[in-house]
Design a protein around this ligand. Structure first.
Ligand code: ZN
Length: 441
């Protein structure tokens, strides 16, 4: 099969997943599309990985090194946007959309797995490649649950990429815990019998005010943000008896996130006390910080430089210019970020994997310059030639990095040694309570 036809298969899969736009733990069609394809391509597929219906692995080859490729395919709620339209325009406003480019993420990673399979076959090399179809990166911490189930045991290395507007290393990510706060009050006629009512909505508002004051007294790199999971009532003349908040608490280290969890919990209890309501709260997902391994980063940097770069046409630049945030710079960022800089992703559940085995993570430009993730602009560009070209480039980079590992036992040992050194005595500690199940929102 020639290069164009080979790549076209993945372009088509990515576009289909963009259309499916399935959110966390509901990625049934996206997951099946990828698993079925890889099975036909000669991979040994294990479905229902770690007891999660939309998780799977697809393995090819034998012996060491065993390299895991981490794919994703989940979309974001209410992010629907018409493709290629450079202004906010949703065909189905309440539908989900690929605002983080995970249609490209998982599919480009699969493409890398197929490139590696071809190379293993051609060269009769020893080594195993395993593609992981990981669900629910967005809010559901799929890989943290897969880690807990031991799904990444037996790997020697893991490689992953993330779409965005820049190409470069991702060297850090924040630890993150997601907590649901349920407030329960008492309903009453808000005008006739206000004294009988206890407003759960008031409690949420006071909690948020309290947390916003708390910001002044936490470390400057901590992040605390929230969303209302329900509407906090139906009408102003009915005192809202229930209201729910979802919080994300983040910091560079898990230990500090645990401290934030305690302090924010106290604020919630205070809000309940002030309003005469009750609060209960529970962790629904948790992400570890990312362990940076300089020897792995060196490998990834070389792979980015070595892999064949995308060729952009005038039409690509003109297309990107409609979305680019900065009119003064090129509409497509074709540079590779210097090795001492990092692309900022916020948090990622790749962090949990990075505490099990040396993990290489990079960002690859698939969007116009300056476009931020989790926006309609990303959804709009998700099926464009710009996105496809970036995705194929990402596949070539992951392939180049894996090939180097298969070819060089010395390099493998060097990275393992560096990994042991940076990890030192620090142990992985997941903030997921044992009782929490994937998707238990
Ligand atoms: Zn993402």
């Amino acid at each position: 099969m020639n290069k164009q036809n080979f790549e076209q298969q993945f372009t088509s899969i990515s576009d289909q997943i963009w259309e499916f736009a399935e959110t966390r733990y509901q990625e049934f069609r996206s997951s099946a599309l990828q698993a079925d394809f890889l099975e036909k391509e000669g991979f040994t597929v294990t479905r229902n990985l770690g007891g999660i219906a939309t998780a799977f692995s697809a393995s090819f080859g034998s012996g060491h090194p065993v390299i895991g490729l981490l794919g994703e395919f989940d979309a974001l709620p209410r992010m629907n946007q018409t493709a290629d339209v450079p202004e906010k325009q949703a065909d189905r406003p309440s539908a989900a959309g690929h605002g983080c480019g995970h249609n490209l993420l998982g599919t480009g990673t699969m493409e890398a797995a197929c490139l590696i399979r071809d190379w293993l076959l051609q060269t009769h090399s020893e080594g195993t490649i395993i593609y992981f179809g990981c669900p629910a990166e967005e809010g559901g911490a799929g890989k943290a649950f897969l880690t807990r189930s031991g799904c990444f045991d037996g790997l020697d290395f893991a490689l992953a990429w993330h779409p965005g507007s820049k190409t470069g290393l991702i060297k850090e990510a924040l630890a993150n815990v997601r907590v649901i706060f349920d407030f329960t009050g008492k309903s009453a006629h808000a005008a006739a019998h206000p004294e009988l009512g206890r407003s759960a909505l008031d409690a949420c508002e006071l909690m948020n005010v309290g947390v916003n004051y708390l910001r002044e007294h936490v470390k400057s790199d901590a992040r605390m943000h929230y969303a209302y999971l329900n509407d906090g009532g139906d009408a102003p003349n009915i005192v809202p008896a229930s209201a729910t908040l979802l919080y994300a608490l983040r910091a560079p280290e898990s230990a500090y996130v645990a401290e934030l969890y305690e302090r924010v919990g106290d604020v919630a209890k205070g809000a309940a006390l002030m309003t005469g309501t009750k609060v209960s709260y529970r962790t629904v997902s948790a992400y570890a910080d990312l362990l940076s391994v300089p020897a792995m980063e060196k490998l990834m940097m070389e792979a980015m430089q070595k892999a064949e770069k995308p060729e952009y046409t005038e039409a690509d630049y003109a297309y990107a210019a409609q979305f680019a945030a900065d009119e003064n710079s090129s509409s497509i960022d074709t540079n590779i970020l210097p090795a001492d800089q990092t692309i900022n992703l916020g948090s990622t559940d790749v962090g949990d994997v990075s505490w099990q085995i040396p993990t290489g993570l990079i960002g690859v430009a698939t969007e116009a310059t300056g476009c931020a993730l989790h926006t309609w602009q990303i959804v709009a560009q998700g099926k464009s030639p710009l996105a496809h070209k970036g995705m194929h480039y990402a596949a070539r980079i992951l392939f180049a990095a894996a090939k180097k590992l298969y070819e060089s036992p010395e390099l493998c040992e060097q990275i393992q040694e560096n990994y042991r050194a940076v990890k030192g005595k620090r142990n992985y500690h997941s903030m997921l309570p044992d009782s929490v199940k994937p998707g238990d929102f």
